[in-house]
Design a protein. Structure first.
Length: 198
């Protein structure tokens, strides 16, 4: 292990691989609020964060659980349609808070085309936020609306009803036929637009 009078221990978050300080410095120097997206298997979180010396300040945030509580979302809370709706909700809240432009903070994630993080970005863009981005990185509109999930559910239902009921048990428990996911997506998006007027 390195030692000596000139040796400095690196920041704990750098040692643990949680923060890339070079990237963070570039984001902070931009002077723009950051759109921070964190995704797990079960939930999606989107926050608009502004740098402040005592510590970052969260201006607005949106969470997938909010979709269930306030907008009647009945589908999975970790899928692509949810990611879009969380981004859309966060974008509308940001516009209401007089924020027009943000930059995306990917954290330690490696970006890949069509990833859920870019689905959140698409939702925020559609809400009216100005966010620098490159090329064709978003999933298709059908995937965003859950049409691929609905098609899979239809084919599975006609071929193996037992497997269909097992895979989509959480949908059925919430009284949502997975085949109706695109319509449910559109209805939920309309509810968000109606409730949060910028």
């Amino acid at each position: 292990m390195a030692k000596g009078p000139r040796y400095k221990v690196k920041f704990g978050r750098r040692r643990e691989g949680k923060t890339d300080y070079k990237t963070r410095l570039a984001l902070v120097k931009s002077g723009k609020p950051r759109m921070v997206v964190r995704i797990s298997n079960k939930n999606v979180l989107c926050q608009i964060v502004r740098f402040d010396l005592p510590g970052d300040k969260t201006i607005v945030s949106a969470h997938s659980k909010e979709l269930i509580k306030d907008y009647g979302w009945k589908a999975n809370t970790g899928n692509v349609p949810t990611a879009y709706l969380v981004g859309f909700l966060c974008g509308l809240k940001a516009k209401k808070a007089k924020i027009d432009e943000v930059i995306t903070d990917l954290g330690s994630r490696t970006p890949s085309k069509g990833a859920k993080i870019f689905t959140v970005l698409k939702g925020a863009l559609d809400a009216g936020l100005n966010i620098p981005h490159e090329g064709d990185i978003f999933p298709s509109d059908d995937r965003i609306r859950g049409a691929d999930i609905a098609e899979y559910a239809k084919s599975l239902k006609s071929g193996d009803k037992k497997q269909h009921d097992k895979i989509f048990s959480s949908y059925l428990k919430n009284k949502l036929a997975p085949e109706d996911l695109p319509k449910h997506f559109d209805d939920t998006k309309s509810k968000i637009q109606a409730k949060i007027k910028t």
